[in-house]
Design a protein around this ligand. Structure first.
Ligand code: NAD
Length: 285
């Protein structure tokens, strides 16, 4: 069976600003600061070339250290971090960005995301204007959002004149986000899936295990393959080296149309994470 390492690199997708982003990356949510250097190093050794962190994960420092120590040319690793809710607003965004870049120890970022819209705070348009400034200054290659709903996307586009390159949203077979994916496709916004494995909860599903048997792959590989064939950017997380490798070995097989439809049929519209309409952690005061 062909593995990804034999065939080369992860295929990139082209963002609406012309930048290339690997379609498969590695997420470090809930990876403790003391473990993150080893975990990111294992991911880079496996072949991942896109790493997704956030100020809120409190592991930017170790993530950056692992990337720098690994020693690849900077333009061979795609680094994403996210602006936390408490820092939304024009000036506070510029300050928070400086702090993130320092913690990462990098000269520039590939992708900066507004972590949550916090619609009630009504600061995401100003925040995105600060992102435009960072991009104009060459400090960030691509700017995007996370957890934005259609109305949030419509507002940010109308008020800043710029369409985000990426919207990173909760997306897995239990929550297939048809409406948002269609909106993204119409507006050339890349769909990036967080909790792509449903945080592991979907791996025992009988439909997934049936298909895994049919294609002689693991349930995690089936779900990651489903994301890739839908056109999503996907960033599974694991701290276990064997699983980090397993989740990367997803390019030597394909799901049929019937298998794709069967996985999409698991949609129940149920979230694992918070509701973007009301989530306002960091802004309670
Ligand atoms: P995930 O769906 O990637 O699931 C990770 C969990 O699944 C692991 O902790 C492990 O328990 C299990 N798992 C992983 N690979 C496995 C395998 N091969 N076999 C068996 N079990 C396996 O969930 P996640 O970590 O929540 O999401 C991935 C990334 O998305 C995060 O690390 C983070 O970067 C990002 N994220 C972003 C947001 C956001 O608000 N923007 C929110 C959550 C996560």
């Amino acid at each position: 069976m062909t593995t990804n390492r034999e065939t080369g690199v992860v295929p990139p997708i082209v963002l609406n600003d012309g930048s290339l982003m690997p379609q498969l990356g590695f997420g470090v949510f809930q990876v403790p600061a003391e473990e993150v250097v080893d975990t990111v190093t294992a991911a880079l050794r496996t072949g991942y070339r896109s790493i997704d962190t956030a100020a809120a994960y409190q592991n930017e420092e170790g993530t950056g250290r692992a990337i720098r120590q690994f020693g690849l040319p900077r333009d061979e690793v795609f680094v994403t971090t996210k602006l936390w809710n408490a820092d939304q607003g024009y000036d506070s965004t510029l300050r928070a960005f400086d702090a993130s870049l320092k913690r990462l120890g990098l000269e520039y970022l590939d992708l900066y995301l507004i972590h949550w819209p916090v619609p009630a705070a009504d600061r995401f348009a100003d925040t995105f204007r600060a992102f435009q400034r960072l991009a104009a200054d060459g400090l960030v290659r691509s700017i995007g959002v996370s957890n934005f709903r259609v109305p949030d996307l419509e507002r940010v586009i109308a008020e800043t004149g710029q369409t985000p390159s990426v919207n990173q949203i909760e997306l897995h077979p239990g929550l297939i986000q048809r409406e948002l994916r269609e909106y993204h496709a119409e507006h050339a916004i890349a769909t990036e899936a967080w909790s792509p494995l449903g945080q592991g909860t979907l791996l025992g599903d009988p439909v997934v295990t049936r298909i895994a048997g049919e294609v002689d792959r693991t349930p995690a590989q089936v779900i990651i393959r489903w994301h890739l064939q839908l056109g999503n950017v996907v960033i599974p997380k694991s701290v276990t080296p064997a699983r980090i490798e397993e989740n990367f070995d997803v390019f030597g097989f394909e799901l049929s149309a019937e298998q794709m439809a069967a996985v999409s049929g698991l949609d129940t519209g149920t979230r694992i994470g918070p509701d973007p309409e009301t989530f306002a952690a960091g802004l309670e005061n």
